[in-house]
Design a protein around this ligand. Sequence first.
Ligand SMILES: CC(C)(COP(=O)(O)OP(=O)(O)OC[C@H]1O[C@@H](n2cnc3c(N)ncnc32)[C@H](O)[C@@H]1OP(=O)(O)O)[C@@H](O)C(=O)NCCC(=O)NCCS
Length: 163
Amino acid sequence: MPNIRPYAPRDWPHFLELELETQLEALGDSTEEERKTLRERLPALLDVRKGMARSGPRTPGVQLWVLENERGEFIGHLWLSERDDAVHGTRTLQVTSMGVVRAERGKGYGRLLMQKAEQEGRARGIEVIELEVAGNNRRARDLYKDLGYETVRRTMLKRLRGV
Ligand SMILES: CC(C)(COP(=O)(O)OP(=O)(O)OC[C@H]1O[C@@H](n2cnc3c(N)ncnc32)[C@H](O)[C@@H]1OP(=O)(O)O)[C@@H](O)C(=O)NCCC(=O)NCCS
């Protein structure tokens, strides 16, 4: 059975790779240039904008959990951040990112990570969990919907290139 444990610096390359893959997929209909830029910038963006570096999270209330298999290998992660909703001040637990490595998908591990998020929310006395998901990420959207998440916002985009 896989195990969920706190992040350690040895997880960094695996975390970064899965995070990059997820963000590249979320770019959807993107140019090679955009994908190359994201690849180059991601470590710095994670560090400067989100306080996440090889040494781990450095912002209070932020946790990075790692899912590992029986052999201690990285198979997924769950990144949680606590925030007060800017509009109504409700304490909210944000699933900033989560993912399961490709070879291990479809085995219930994504669900397991999301259960961990709920467990953590309850332990902190937080009543709301929120997350953002790309419109093209059917699999993740199905999972969240099945777990009872509702869509509250939608970001729409139109590419003017070539129109
Ligand atoms: C989204 C993701 C985490 C799901 O993880 P997973 O371990 O494959 O998910 P699970 O095995 O727990 O499946 C949970 C649900 O997802 C859906 N699902 C799983 N496999 C699926 C497939 N092949 N096709 C469509 N839906 C599928 C089903 O609703 C499934 O429910 P079920 O358990 O009742 O069958 C995984 O696909 C992933 O890491 N994707 C890349 C990273 C990512 O997109 N993260 C989310 C960013 S917001």
